[in-house]
Design a binder for this molecule. Structure first.
Ligand SMILES: [Zn+2]
Length: 262
């Protein structure tokens, strides 16, 4: 009596019918699916380089902002020491923490090593000038020539460092130690060589002074894989720089080309 009553309830019958799996034709045929996959692949091929370029442009803007912070910091530092024989800081790391407040400003976001490999990414300089690395891995140790070990890593090349200059400056500048050694310690530091270079020129420009607004003081070589510029010697890495005068400017790897033919 009870069982029969249950079976006859119309609501139950409908529920049972709904739960039965429906037999349908597949939503996509194999060919339709492959066309859709093909279109998605094509869109990705188009979009990925565009996204990559947009991200790199954002990183370049961030790098320029780091460089402007260094520029202001060095201006203030130089103002405080205008009577010193060498008015520039020995290292960028010495600007921390009084003049530069954040260690993150020492890292260019394009630098995949996050400052570990210093300022000279592979494909640009190899191991040349590693004495200028403002990192704990400097060949002369983490406190080399007075650098501040609290800054462990740095993506930027500081042309005016206190490290002795390994560049073949004497023949290129056509001068000797007595002319460049501003603090008379018997050693030609990068700062001393570069100061002389800026004020007296070199073999390439026939010994004319270089302008302070296009003479690099800090350089970023990290963007070399993303951007090249035409020079008389072919395509070169694009670089972002702070000039001695404090302005941020772009230049080829050989910044001298910004001055045109000598
Ligand atoms: Zn950079």
């Amino acid at each position: 009596m009870h069982e029969a009553h249950k079976r006859l309830r119309p609501g139950r019958e409908r529920e049972a019918f709904k739960k039965e799996p429906a037999k349908r034709r597949p939503a996509f045929t194999l060919i339709e699916l492959m066309v859709v996959i093909g279109i998605i692949a094509l869109l990705m091929v188009i979009a990925i380089p565009l996204i990559g370029r947009a991200l790199e442009q954002a990183r370049q803007a961030d790098c320029a902002s780091n460089l402007r912070q260094f520029s202001v910091a060095i201006m203030v530092y130089r103002n405080d020491r205008s009577n010193d024989p060498i008015p520039t800081p020995p290292w960028l790391s010495n600007l921390y923490p009084s003049y530069m407040t954040a260690p993150s400003s020492y890292i260019c976001r394009t630098d995949r090593s996050r400052g570990r490999e210093g300022s000279r990414p592979n494909g640009v300089f190899e191991n040349d000038f590693d004495e200028t690395d403002d990192t704990e891995f400097n060949p002369s140790g983490p406190t080399a020539y007075g650098r501040n070990p609290d800054i462990r890593r740095c993506s930027y090349m500081y042309e005016f460092s206190a490290a002795p200059c390994s560049w073949n400056w004497s023949s290129y500048l056509g001068t000797s130690l007595a002319d460049v050694d501003r603090n008379a310690d018997g050693v030609a530091s990068w700062a001393e060589v570069k100061m002389y270079h800026m004020q007296n020129g070199d073999e390439w420009n026939k010994h004319q002074p270089y302008g302070e607004s296009m003479f690099p003081m800090i350089r970023c070589f990290q963007h070399h894989a993303f951007k090249k510029v035409h020079t008389p010697e072919g395509l070169q890495a694009w670089t972002l720089n702070v000039a001695y005068a404090g302005n941020v400017f772009e230049a080829p790897l050989f910044w001298e080309y910004n001055f045109g033919p000598p």
